[in-house]
Ligand binder design. Structure first.
Ligand SMILES: NC(=O)c1ccc[n+]([C@@H]2O[C@H](COP(=O)([O-])OP(=O)(O)OC[C@H]3O[C@@H](n4cnc5c(N)ncnc54)[C@H](O)[C@@H]3O)[C@@H](O)[C@H]2O)c1
Length: 362
């Protein structure tokens, strides 16, 4: 018998730099932090139009070897085909193992580019430059990369941590209010599951955040990233505590899929958070007043709190039973038991879930 000893100590530590006007300084930082022979910038068609040239110019100014490859924007292009198309283009640029991938864009770009980086030459480093609020507070942080499959979202992917995350709030200037609000839903979730003080801050400053007040925005992104990082440090692979990030997502994810992605992720999660808060109330965990606070803050941001008429509670339940996170058809929820604290792996009677969803139909 041959034993191959492969015990590993891995250091996947990474840094997050948050601020206005950060991205022009990125190339000079990369020289020290993530040196490479070539930087391959992956982006989507919208972001390429808005920022492609300027972003490349920052690399040229530092005399760094950089090229940009893009794919058509949209969740429908977060596929294996897009990944293959990008790999072909990158290899044609004669990139080698000494290349570094830069993901410049929203969550779709981050997920695809990260997955490309995780398999190209059996894995090369990558850097996240998130340009939507959702990507800045959520998807760029934590190393989950993936593409979708016709049978479901994010079914094929890998854990691959970025070497650095460069968050530049200047990118948000061109983001539509709908996309901006999409990110606020995840911020509200982060506060609800982990930090009552953060939730109180959001209750106080929400109008300023919605109006993109620079100081409040920076504090919010920083607070949110720190909270999420503290969970990832405990449980990178979602074996335990990382599951709390799924609050509002068990029902929300089913709604998002059933709407055929017409309802954006944050909007579906918003309805999911209300429904799951009602479940927590039925379990005797939350008080009526807590549920009211949650609904109120979502309404102030103009996020939905009611289930669309077109989607019935029973179809949502069936969808949840098929979800990859369900075990033998048993749905496990992540539910808050007070503002600022969340429990995971909670089993709930289907009747209770149905009753709560029926209670918030449009
Ligand atoms: N990896 C994770 O941990 C994680 C977590 C949450 C979500 N996600 C994934 O993230 C994706 C959603 O991300 P998203 O909401 O950023 O969507 P997205 O990447 O599709 O971006 C939304 C739209 O905004 C455009 N855009 C991006 N930056 C812009 C800017 N600065 N100005 C103007 N337009 C801009 C994009 O081209 C796109 O049309 C989903 O695929 C989801 O599965 C991943």
């Amino acid at each position: 018998m041959i034993q191959v000893n492969l015990k590993k100590v891995v250091d996947d530590t990474y840094s997050i730099d948050i601020g206005k006007g950060n991205s022009p300084k990125l190339p000079s930082l990369l020289k020290k932090l993530v040196p490479a022979f070539r930087y391959i910038i992956i982006t989507d068609s919208n972001v390429a139009k808005l920022y492609g040239k300027t972003f490349l110019f920052h690399f040229e100014k530092e005399k760094l070897n950089a090229s940009l490859v893009s794919f058509r924007a949209g969740e429908e292009n977060k596929t294996r085909e897009t990944k293959a198309e990008l790999e072909n283009k990158i290899l044609q640029h004669s990139a080698g193992k000494d290349s570094v991938i830069i993901a410049l864009g929203g969550g779709v770009v981050g997920d695809v580019a990260g997955f490309v980086a995780s398999t190209l030459f059996r894995g090369i480093p990558f850097v996240q430059v998130p340009t939507t609020l959702l990507a800045q507070v959520d998807s760029s942080n934590g190393g989950k990369t993936a593409v979708d499959h016709p049978l479901g979202k994010n079914l094929i992917g890998a854990y691959h941590q970025p070497k650095h995350i460069c968050i530049d709030t200047d990118f948000l200037k061109t983001l539509s209010q709908e996309e901006y609000v999409n990110g606020i839903a995840e911020i509200i979730k982060q506060a609800l599951i982990q930090d009552e003080k953060f939730f109180l801050f959001l209750e106080k400053e929400m109008e300023k955040l919605v109006n993109r007040d620079e100081k409040i925005l920076k504090t919010t992104i920083e607070w949110n990233c720190k909270l999420k990082a503290s969970i990832i440090e405990k449980d990178e692979r979602e074996i335990g505590p990382r599951k709390i990030l799924n609050f509002g997502h068990t029902i929300g994810h089913a709604i998002e899929t059933l709407s055929q992605y017409k309802l954006r992720h944050g909007y579906a999660v918003s309805v999911g958070m209300v429904a799951e808060s009602l479940i927590a109330k039925e379990l005797g965990w939350l008080k009526e007043n807590d549920v009211q606070r949650i609904e109120n803050i979502l309404k102030r941001v103009k996020l939905p709190t009611r289930l669309p008429k077109s989607i019935s509670p029973i179809t949502i339940l069936k969808k949840m039973q098929l979800d990859k996170k369900s075990k033998e058809g048993k749905i496990k929820y992540s539910l808050i038991d007070k503002v600022g604290h969340c429990e995971f792996n909670v089993g709930v009677e289907n009747e209770i879930a149905l009753r709560c969803m029926r209670g918030i139909m449009e």
